[in-house]
Design a protein around this ligand. Structure first.
Ligand SMILES: [Zn+2]
Length: 284
């Protein structure tokens, strides 16, 4: 095996981290060039290692890895400082946790998806900005993640009849794959899709975050967006078991999120898993 086959230079976001041994962390990384991988950060739990402080949750890290059969070994790591805000501000940390959890759910090991990687990097940047509407950013991220994973809902043509949809109140049908007109969807018990919500979804589809971030949807519209995207997410990634994702809102309440398809975890376990500290909620 040559040097280049044994070593890998890439960048990554730290999705998960747990103690591996007294000195080492086991980290799950979402990399630009290899998709999701697991690696050992040797010595990173010790104060003196070169990797200490470089493999924090949600950090964007430039890495050199030595390939192993199952686990890679991180030989060099240099983090950009952007993630510090997610440790410092609990609510932003929750949103960062939500984003990496979604990426973790829909990706497999060693499957490259550069669009998904770049979206995650960008999204962590949005929620680090003090002026960002975090709920809007979360809904936009969910929508764009669906797109880069190949699950964008149909918004411009009826998901049943395929005729062009007018900008008016419609229905949303996860099982049909998007928006459904009154003629094809009325009386079927589908989710109602009010025009303001429909407009925001179309805006999500057409525009970059820079344009979307200028929107000022009402709380009602944000709530409806959350319910629709959640229902669609559950449908797209459905399977036998469930996970709970808790997602903070602009008012600091916790929202339960139940995308099917993953092992169920309780809030405390999820926090521990993510390195978050739920008891800090009461201190805010
Ligand atoms: Zn129709």
């Amino acid at each position: 095996m040559s040097f280049s086959e044994r070593t890998l230079k890439t960048e990554a976001i730290v999705l998960r981290r747990s103690d591996f041994s007294e000195a080492d962390y086991l980290v799950t990384l979402y990399t630009l060039t290899q998709g999701k991988i697991r690696a050992i950060a040797k010595g990173a739990r010790k104060a003196t290692s070169r990797t200490t402080g470089q493999v924090e949750l949600y950090a964007r890290v430039h890495l050199v890895l030595s390939r192993g059969r199952e686990l890679h070994i991180i030989t060099q790591a240099e983090a950009t400082p952007d993630h510090a805000i997610f440790q410092a501000e609990f609510e932003r940390g929750l949103y960062a946790s939500h984003f990496v959890e979604l990426v973790d759910q829909v990706t497999y090991e060693d499957e490259e998806n550069q669009a998904a990687y770049r979206l995650l990097v960008a999204a962590l940047g949005w929620i680090a900005q003090p002026e960002t509407n975090l709920r809007l950013a979360a809904r936009y991220f969910e929508f764009r993640l669906m797109r880069v994973m190949g699950y964008e809902p149909s918004l411009f043509r009826c998901a049943v009849g395929e005729e062009a949809l007018a900008a008016e109140n419609q229905f949303f049908s996860p099982a049909d794959g998007g928006v459904v007109c009154e003629a094809h969807g009325g009386g079927r018990g589908l989710l109602p899709l009010a025009l303001p919500v429909f407009k925001v979804l179309r805006h999500f589809s057409r525009n970059p975050w820079e344009a979307v971030s200028a929107l000022h949807p009402t709380e009602e519209t944000l709530g409806a967006l959350e319910r629709i995207l959640q229902a669609y997410w559950v449908f797209c990634w459905s399977a036998a078991s469930k996970v709970r994702i808790f997602c903070g809102t602009s008012r600091g309440r916790m929202h339960e999120y139940h995308p099917d398809g993953h092992p169920q975890r309780e809030w405390a376990a999820l926090c521990a898993h993510r390195g978050l500290h739920p008891e800090r909620r009461s201190a805010r």
